[in-house]
Design a protein around this ligand. Structure first.
Ligand SMILES: C[S@@+](CC[C@H](N)C(=O)[O-])C[C@H]1O[C@@H](n2cnc3c(N)ncnc32)[C@H](O)[C@@H]1O
Length: 453
């Protein structure tokens, strides 16, 4: 069958980014760019097997499709480019952690540390080429167990002066002396901050789970809240941007206590003229997208906390799918295992491919073929509701994402293992496997899990 060329997912985003720069105005347009622009503006290019086309295929920018693919189908494919809205890359790097926070979604996933920094470095180059300028190192606790992460940060900085490179941290290192952090020993906190900056880190994002003792209880660390509030100022003094990742389980959003809490933090993060109203200071924190605000998701260590939430039977089918699986926005995650994922809770967002087995460009160019992509895009999640075992997961959840994660993990396993829907024993086994990841397995829910996480 004869074929024609179109832009790949990667190629489409690549050209889109090129058009935002003045690169085309500055230089003579080379033959490869000319072809890419033709494809971008809607032309297809007849199949040719010459150096130019071979080079663009090898760079992952163009692909062959059947000549019978209609113009409308090509347009639709371009309009639905899954990479279109990705703005931020989450690099998990490790799932190992020195804390076991009361709510942690990651508490019950296997512990891994990324050892293949070269694969991540190549992936970072791919992402930089399509205009990604925000890299959040999240973990686990990357600052402690992410040996090699600073080499990756330095590489990103060497390629891109304007990238945001953020370290998410629980702040265990504040007020420490002679401490070991990701393969290096530091005399004190100022020395640590100098090294982070030297490696190109721009932002340090501390997690806070509520004001004062609420945070300390959630983290099982007396005095940590105050250390972090002081730490925000120390980070600023070192020439880095302090930021926060907030999870307020007990505070009513927009309540006076909530606003007061945001304002208290904002005072440490930014400079305000003294007369600035409390609400304005709170708003500044809220509007700055380099801070993070999360709703509590009852998964992992929090798996037993959803009993007073939604009854599973009452959730309509059309609320189940998540567009993040087929139009990831704003972030795409690279898990500590090398898996490319659209969601970072437990391992639910995986299923697109692994950087240890193939280059990122190949994974990005075949997102549409992944089972999990189609599961959500084609709204097939509801087909799996009947397989979720209420004896294991109960009849209610606190957050829709919990149910989405359970269904996605179960569906993917059933698909990969080609499980017969009538094989009750196999389905029970898969339910238990999923429950081990989500924290719903016996003994893990109700806060009985003491693994680090
Ligand atoms: C998994 S932690 C890892 C980073 C680092 N160890 C820390 O504590 O900041 C990343 C962020 O996810 C948030 N988080 C963890 N579990 C969550 C859950 N079940 N629901 C909502 N946010 C959660 C944390 O509060 C934290 O800000």
């Amino acid at each position: 069958m004869s074929s024609t060329f179109i832009l790949t997912n990667f190629g489409l985003r690549y050209v889109g980014e090129l058009l935002k720069t003045d690169a085309l105005a500055r230089s003579q347009v080379e033959a490869d760019t000319r072809l890419l622009l033709d494809l971008y503006t809607g032309l297809t290019a007849p199949d040719r097997d010459d150096d130019l086309h071979r080079d663009l295929i090898a760079r992952g920018l163009i692909e062959r499709v059947s000549e019978t693919m209609s113009r409308d189908d090509i347009d639709l494919r371009y309009h639905r480019n899954p990479l279109e809205h990705v703005e931020r890359i989450i690099v998990e790097f490790t799932t190992c952690c020195n804390f076991n926070c009361a709510h942690c979604y990651n508490a019950t996933v296997p512990r891994v540390i990324e050892r293949d920094v070269a694969a991540l470095t190549a992936a970072a180059d791919t992402l930089l080429a399509i205009g990604l300028r925000r890299f959040d190192f999240i973990g686990g606790e990357v600052s402690k167990y992410g040996t090699g992460w600073l080499d990756l940060a330095r590489h990103i900085r060497s390629r891109s002066a304007d990238s945001i490179i953020a370290l998410y941290t629980n702040g265990w290192w504040l007020e420490q002396q002679n401490f070991w952090a990701a393969g290096h020993t530091y005399a004190d906190v100022p020395a640590y901050l100098v090294d982070l900056k030297a490696h190109g880190v721009s932002h340090i994002t501390f997690s806070l789970d509520g004001p004062g003792s609420e945070h300390d209880q959630s983290r099982h660390q007396p005095g940590l809240y105050d250390r972090i509030l002081n730490g925000l100022a120390q980070v600023r003094a070192a020439g880095l941007q302090p930021r926060v990742s907030l999870l307020a389980r007990s505070l009513e959003p927009y309540s006076p206590r909530f606003i007061a809490w945001l304002a208290e933090i904002a005072d440490r993060v930014y400079d305000f003229p003294p007369e600035t109203a409390r609400s304005e200071r709170a708003l500044r924190l809220f509007e700055d997208r380099t801070n993070s605000f999360s709703h509590f998701i009852d998964i992992g260590n929090g798996a037993a906390c959803g009993e007073n939430g939604f009854r599973l039977a009452d959730i309509p089918d059309d609320r189940l799918y998540c567009r993040g699986f087929y139009r990831p926005a704003p972030s795409l995650t690279i898990k500590a295992s090398g898996e490319v994922a659209t969601c970072r809770i437990t391992n639910a967002g995986e299923g697109y491919g692994n950087l240890h087995e193939q280059p990122l460009i190949d994974i990005l160019n075949h997102l549409q073929e992944a089972f999990v992509f189609r599961l959500h895009a084609e709204r097939r999640l509801a087909d799996y509701r009947r397989f979720v075992d209420p004896e294991i997961f109960g009849n209610a959840i606190g957050h829709l994402c919990t149910y989405r994660a359970i269904l996605t993990l179960l569906a993917r396993r059933m698909h990969e293992e080609q499980i017969d829907p009538d094989d009750g024993a196999a389905i029970r086994r898969l339910n238990l496997e999923v429950a081990r990841l989500t924290g719903h397995a016996t003994g893990q829910a109700h806060g009985q899990n003491h693994s680090t996480g």
